[in-house]
Ligand binder design. Sequence first.
Ligand SMILES: CCCCCC/C=C\CCCCCCCCCC(=O)SCCNC(=O)CCNC(=O)[C@H](O)C(C)(C)COP(=O)(O)OP(=O)(O)OC[C@H]1O[C@@H](n2cnc3c(N)ncnc32)[C@H](O)[C@@H]1OP(=O)(O)O
Ligand SMILES: CCCCCCCC/C=C\CCCCCCCC(=O)OC[C@@H](O)COP(=O)(O)O
Length: 272
Amino acid sequence: MELGWLLWGAAVLLLLHVLMGLSPAVNFALRIGFYSFLCLLASALTAPVCLLVNGGRTVKNMRIIRAVVRTFKYFFGLRFEVKGLENFKVEGPAIIVSNHQSILDMMGLMEILPDNCVQVAKKELMYAGTVGLIIYLGGVIFINRKSTTDAKMVMAEVAKSMTADNVKVWVYPEGTRNCTGDLLPFKKGAFHIAVQAQVPVIPVVYSSFTSFYNPKTKLFTSGKIKVEVLPPIETKGLTSDDVSDLTDRCFHTMRETLFRLSGRPSESKKSS
Ligand SMILES: CCCCCC/C=C\CCCCCCCCCC(=O)SCCNC(=O)CCNC(=O)[C@H](O)C(C)(C)COP(=O)(O)OP(=O)(O)OC[C@H]1O[C@@H](n2cnc3c(N)ncnc32)[C@H](O)[C@@H]1OP(=O)(O)O
Ligand SMILES: CCCCCCCC/C=C\CCCCCCCC(=O)OC[C@@H](O)COP(=O)(O)O
């Protein structure tokens, strides 16, 4: 009986090995499929734990989710090299902004996520099966990207409640995934919240995934990701008139950092 299971296991491993050797496209699909499966399975197992420990939707569940997701990197041979974690040690709430390259970002997010921090997510993720459930239980703020008015209303509520609840809010200001090795122009929602709540903005940059992950060329191998938490940018005394400047400042600082971490010459050096 045990030998039978062993043979089955060996056969499955052999099949996976052959399939992965077949073509990069199959390898890519298998690895992304496995990542999605892992997310769905881990969410299904973690949700009851969150409910038992914390009783419902609360940011405290993020500690449990973080501990689980931190194990995922070992399945994919990913390593994180983190600098600047001390920049998270600001008193009270803050807005954290970072670049967003892929669904794999959930591993990078959980690698450094500070306590009492929730993310802003598109509302469609609520319906992603058990992943939607775990995200809901973690206290994630859902926005409707199809309605600027709705999204702005939710963001305004966040600005009011984050100080009262003493939470940090993590926003992907590009507003969508972008795996080109550069940044998309930033949307201003995160910076409006920061100014409305008069809390600092903490930029976080992950080096480009393109050397080990590229959906266009179906590349997905092991790799190292450099992460840098940059010094907080204060917003005390700023008004809505300053939001565009604040957005530009963050964008340029993060773009320079992205190029440096990814070993790509910066635009200013290229033109000089
Ligand atoms: C246990 C195992 C688990 C395993 C799996 C799970 C793993 C982890 C789980 C936990 C973590 C989950 C994390 C999930 C992350 C998901 C990430 C995403 O979903 S990213 C997509 C959603 N996020 C965003 O879109 C945020 C960025 N977008 C914005 O900030 C936008 O500005 C907006 C959405 C608020 C509005 O966008 P849009 O409709 O496109 O309008 P704009 O052009 O941006 O703005 C129009 C004008 O309005 C002004 N504006 C914007 N916001 C405000 C505001 N809050 N107050 C006042 N005014 C605002 C803006 O300045 C524009 O005016 P202008 O005159 O042109 O400047
Ligand atoms: C019963 C329903 C079953 C639904 C099955 C859903 C299958 C998908 C399950 C797991 C995939 C892993 C998801 C991890 C969370 C990823 C969060 C994320 O990165 O979302 C992308 C979003 O930021 C931006 O979206 P777009 O780039 O604009 O698009």
